[in-house]
Write a protein of this length. Structure first.
Length: 351
């Protein structure tokens, strides 16, 4: 059984320092395993998934019962919040945090991502695994590839036209742009179908289309056309904003490995590129446990409720090894991320 949070916080165990030439991560991994923090939490996830499903069903029932009324738009914010919870469950399934059975994890992921959210589980798994393997690496991490936003001065220098204007103003535009993320995720999922193997493509295409049809049917049969469009716009915008607020603090503005420089081992690669967010149980809930980004990146298969239990040990070990461990408040995490994006665009504003 995992040790209690109080016990781990009060007396983080001493961990033998890695031997010269050996893995810096191995002693920490052995300690975390010994604390039972990599064991599955089936009941925690069962209750969480069931509770989230009931919440989604309650919102849908509310839309149907209210019917053709602008008051139905009041249900768009809670639906966005519970859709974000759905995305967090899909995320955990992708990391086999819920169960070690990959087939079951895939079913959970397909239901929560494709069917309930209309975003491709396979597309996300491919993208997210590459991110975890090389966080903040400009050549290997798809999350920092130059796209709508850029994250290095070199990327900024190659911008032209409208994208150059975007880069100049990207710090101010970041949160407004997240309002489009809910739709962008759906579009990326449909585009990715071409990459997938035939059987996988058939399953995901069916689920994605089913989601779109069910979503449209719910709104168009319950609300007028104008109300349905307004509800969808508000719901998708708030859903994208919520996800953006959960993911923005994690890596933006943190160390970016030099592709031609020193090669970091797993411990330094994950710790130096990640930022934790301090907070209460409400912060843990709102950010889906991703506020423990350092621990999540070091142990991606660790069940979400164990991340906070692992933190004292990880933090103490990093201090012991002389590795900077970054942790800040929620508001300051956004400030740091936005400041980095502002500084990247600074040279273009002088033109």
């Amino acid at each position: 059984m995992p040790q209690t949070a109080a016990a781990l916080a009060a007396e983080p165990p001493g961990i033998p320092v890695a031997q010269p030439g050996g893995s810096e991560f191995a002693p920490l991994l052995r300690t975390i395993k010994g604390q039972g923090l990599l064991e599955r939490r089936y009941s925690w996830y069962t209750l969480g998934i069931a509770g989230n499903m009931l919440a989604l069903a309650a919102v849908v029932t509310g839309i149907v019962l209210i019917g053709s009324s602008w008051w139905a738009l009041l249900l768009a914010p809670p639906l966005a919040v519970f859709c974000a919870r759905t995305a967090f469950i899909g995320h955990d399934a992708g990391h086999t945090q819920i169960t070690g059975n990959k087939a079951v994890s895939r079913v959970i992921g397909l239901v929560h991502a494709d069917l309930l959210l209309g975003m491709s589980y396979s597309w996300w798994i491919d993208k997210h695994n590459r991110h975890h393997a090389n966080p903040n690496h400009v050549d290997k991490d798809p999350d920092v590839v130059a796209d709508v936003l850029v994250f290095t001065g070199e990327q900024a220098r190659h911008r032209s036209g409208f994208r150059r204007w975007l880069t100049r103003n990207q710090a101010w535009l970041f949160f407004p742009l997240t309002l489009l993320e809910g739709i962008a995720l759906k579009i990326s999922g449909f585009r990715d179908l071409r990459r997938q193997a035939p059987r996988e493509r058939a399953v995901e295409a069916l689920l994605l289309v089913t989601h779109v049809v069910a979503y449209a049917t719910l709104l168009l049969t319950s609300l007028s056309l104008g109300q349905a469009l307004a509800f969808a716009a508000l719901h998708q915008a708030l859903f994208g904003l919520h996800l953006g607020m959960a993911f923005a603090p994690n890596h933006k503005g943190m160390e970016m490995p030099d592709p031609d420089g020193e090669r970091w081992g797993h411990l330094r690669r994950q710790v130096l590129t990640s930022r934790n967010v301090r907070g209460s149980a409400l912060t843990d809930w709102f950010l889906g446990g991703l506020n423990y980004q350092v621990e999540h990146h070091l142990f991606p298969s660790m069940p979400r409720p164990h991340l906070r239990l692992a933190q004292p040990t990880v933090r103490a070990y990093c201090r012991q090894m002389g590795i900077p461990y970054t942790e800040t408040g929620l508001v300051d995490s956004y400030r740091q991320a936005l400041r980095h994006m502002y500084e990247v665009g600074e040279p273009l504003r002088g033109e």
